[in-house]
Write a protein that binds this ligand. Sequence first.
Ligand SMILES: Cc1ncc(COP(=O)(O)O)c(C=O)c1O
Length: 381
Amino acid sequence: MEHLINQRVRNIEISGIRKFFNMVAGVKDMVSLTIGQPDFPTPGHVKEAGKKAIDENITTYTHNAGLLQLREAAASFYRKKYDVDYSAENETIITVGASEAIDIAFRTILDEGSEVIIPGPVYPGYEPIIKLCGAIPVYADIRNTQFRMTAKLIEELITDKTRCVVLPYPSNPTGVSLNEEELSEIAQLLKDKDIFVLADEIYSELVYEQKHVSIAQFIKNQTIVINGLSKSHSMTGWRIGMLFAPEYLAKHILKVHQYNVTCATSIAQMAALQALTKGMDDALPMRQEYAARREYVFNRLKTMSLEVIKPEGAFYFFVKIPGGQASSFDFSMQLVNEVKLAVVPGSAFSEYGEGYFRLSYAYSMETLTEGLDRLEKFLSK
Ligand SMILES: Cc1ncc(COP(=O)(O)O)c(C=O)c1O
């Protein structure tokens, strides 16, 4: 009966990150630097708010768009940080992680044959959803622009079918984050065109030196902003995301969200409310720790003469495979088999990631040290 499964679903695959993680999970003595998940516990006061919600029977459906108080806190977070106003009532939706926000945004704006411009290499969460919509991912090759999406690259790919440009910064897997000038140029290019921007800003709280800028500061009326608490507050399992969009768009996205999940979990929403009202500084100590790890990993990789860009945000290094012969999958398998080190092959981030591997530093210094020792041992052979 498998031939009866929807053709588009048959044509997509489980993410390469997960595939690799599952393959190495449970192998004895393996050091894994694969996963993009903070290694800190959710802050204690946030956990308490979740427990309290259960005890106080806040266990029912909420408004489809999320508890109004939480939407207000989310809109206030955005206003304080970027000086852009989103109405809590009509322009803010609390989602089940950033993942659901990506799904409902694409399903709202894409038609069969719509084209979506995406930088490549990129997080593997966009292409399958675009394809499920019958739309077409169009990759901008950012390998020759230091992994930076540019207005020029976008301009070259725009056709009369272009419906959306994805700007996922800070980037998973490269750690690159676009600055004000770069975003302003892209905004200039897009502002008079009927093209949406999907700005996935899930790593916005993890930017190390510069200030994070959002494209919505320039072209709010055509931008869908996605953020959430998974990375900033180490809350991946709580599944809370935020979506901001102008009202004419948000009211349609809300319908898709409603029929998809009804609402995000009430208990997780109460924990998120605590995080966004009393825990705005929670990300700081984590960011400091990531920053120290970033320095350490960068220096180690440089000592190994590996070609790598120092990431400006998120918690990944995207490293060029030396020699350039082995495919990223074969290279990663060799690391697994010969020194028991797991990283993610670059090919998991589209064909434009081939020739690289991603190393996550959302791991303790001890694990990072051991992992890098193993990498060094492998490379010195
Ligand atoms: C760029 C990017 N967007 C979205 C997500 C998904 O976030 P969430 O766990 O909130 O669904 C991830 C997770 O790794 C990511 O790296």
